[in-house]
Ligand binder design. Structure first.
Ligand code: BYC
Length: 471
């Protein structure tokens, strides 16, 4: 197992001290990163002591150390999963050939593009979430938010390491540009749609970590299959951190659902709103929004980009080794294609449908989380059930982009869509209602009225622990 130099100026397990050029490049980028973090990281909490997990090794057991840390002192660094000896490309035209330890010239531009797109999402999410500490429903939740934020910062480091170590001057320029784009800025926005949406309340935040971070998981899993070995190793370690982010989202929504159910039971008309909770139909509308925005992050249903990433061995499928055939030639994928106001089933070449194959695995994973929320409703004796909308609903990218479909996936007239839109997506009154619930709870052990307590705290500590020491 590789050793981790945790005390270096840039903690790493890539032997940075023996690569002076790379070390110098990263040390030049570091103050710019810190400046970005101070400007765009969690607003108002840079001096607070936060009970954070820090990576100290890359093996499955014991890679993390927990302690109070001020966020600007977090040990951002470079951690790659250990190499797999004699690793071979697992799919595409180069199937079975050795993986590449350095970026191959013919794939340089494509890989740079993929790495920049992935890297761009990481600081974007920190920017989107920067005000949320000020309305955290408990210190436990506040700490989880900050944990997610510092780890997204580290994921940016992971991509910047690849850019600096493999892409020379272009890579260094891209690394600077990653600190210059801004979520939601009309002049220099972040690259992908969902990362320019505002996240100014905790329902959006939990839906984002449930659905958008889960896209992250699937994209990272696809990149972990890459024949470009440094990318595979970096993303494999990132995935160990990602799991916590989805836990935050899935259990965050679950705790809102449980609290709503409790409040409904206390009301003579089962009216959650009358009791200060978030109504279930409102939660469903936020679910619809973030699921649809996150589906867009997989790219178009039919994509020649995806086909060439696969052919070249750059981006594989989720669990590529579970497929019998790794070439995906002469095979078809059936999908529903919009035609003159209807949808018809058509076959497309499997390689061009790779975005859709990954999206299908993602949808199944989302359904598992939704089933869990529904279980809570069932236990509470409430008949409402959450549903994932159709993959066609409210899409901005791909075959269904801009076409009106209802959540069941039925085509609609434009007027019906306009009239019924607020049945399915958060409208102004939903936003105002959720906004009014957002108030910071600063006392250890206390929690906002509209969300349930977690059954346990962090790493064996109770919920009542003072996870953030505010002055
Ligand atoms: N928004 O062939 P197409 C995460 C562009 S999240 C804007 O259909 P392709 C995280 C596309 O670039 C995971 N533009 O798509 C989560 C292309 O442009 P060009 C992030 C979009 O290329 C939470 C054109 O449309 N990881 O980690 O097959 C917190 C046609 O594209 C969008 C990655 O994204 C969009 N949604 O696939 C923190 C992995 N979709 O070439 C972090 C790396 C497509 O015509 N990226 N376009 O100019 C990729 O694998 C691919 O770039 C995509 C797009 C899957 C995103």
């Amino acid at each position: 197992m590789s050793t981790v130099d945790v005390n270096a100026k840039i903690p790493n397990n890539v032997d940075l001290q023996h690569d002076k050029r790379l070390l110098r490049a990263l040390e030049q980028w570091q103050p710019n990163y810190m400046q970005w973090w101070m400007d765009m990281g969690p607003a108002g909490f840079q001096g607070a002591d936060v009970w954070l997990r820090t990576a100290t090794s890359v093996d499955a057991e014991g890679w993390a150390h927990f302690d109070y840390v001020k966020m600007p002192d977090y040990r951002w660094g470079i951690f790659l999963a250990d190499p797999v000896p004699d690793r071979k490309i697992g799919f595409g035209d180069g199937y079975g050939q050795p993986t590449w330890p350095v970026v191959p010239g013919e794939h340089r531009n494509t890989l740079r593009r993929l790495i920049v797109t992935q890297g761009d999402t990481e600081p974007a999410s920190v920017e989107q979430q920067r005000m949320l500490g000020q309305t955290a429903p408990s210190l436990y939740d506040m700490r989880n938010l900050f944990q997610v934020n510092v780890e997204e910062g580290r994921h940016l480091w992971a991509m910047v390491y690849l850019l600096h170590s493999q892409f020379g001057r272009d890579g260094r320029e891209e690394a600077e540009a990653l600190l210059e784009r801004r979520s939601g800025d009309s002049d220099k926005p972040r690259i992908l749609g969902a990362f320019n949406q505002p996240i100014d309340n905790w329902l959006d935040f939990f839906m984002f970590t449930m659905f958008t971070d889960r896209d992250g998981k699937y994209q990272l899993l696809a990149l972990a299959e890459s024949g470009f070995d440094p990318l595979s190793r970096t993303t494999r370690f990132m995935l160990t951190e990602e799991a916590h982010h989805m836990f935050v989202g899935e259990t965050g929504v679950e705790r809102i659902v449980q609290r709503t159910a409790e409040l409904m039971k206390q009301d003579p008309n089962e009216d959650a709103r009358a009791q200060g909770g978030v109504p279930l139909d409102m939660i469903q509308r936020y679910l619809n929004l973030w699921f649809a925005l996150s589906l867009d992050l997989f790219g178009g249903e039919i994509s020649s980009n995806a086909a060439s990433f696969f052919a070249a061995g750059l981006k594989g499928r989720y669990k590529e080794d579970t497929f019998a055939d790794h070439l995906a030639l002469d095979q078809a994928y059936r999908m529903a294609v919009p035609k003159e106001g209807r949808v018809v089933e058509e076959e497309v070449a499997l390689r061009t449908a790779m975005n859709e194959v990954l999206r299908d695995a993602y949808v199944d994973d989302c359904q598992r989380g939704v089933d869990r929320w529904n279980k809570r409703l069932e236990e509470a004796g409430i008949s409402f059930r959450f549903e994932l909308p159709s993959k066609r609903f409210y899409r901005h990218i791909g075959l269904y982009a801009g076409l009106p479909f209802d959540p069941e996936g039925r085509p609609l007239g434009r007027e019906d869509w306009d009239r019924r839109r607020t049945e399915w997506l958060p409208g102004e009154s939903d936003r105002a209602y959720v906004a009014a619930l957002q108030k910071q709870v600063r006392e250890a052990g206390q929690i906002a009225h509209w969300i349930g307590k977690p059954p346990r705290g962090i790493k064996g500590l109770p919920f009542e622990y003072e996870y953030v020491r505010l002055d």
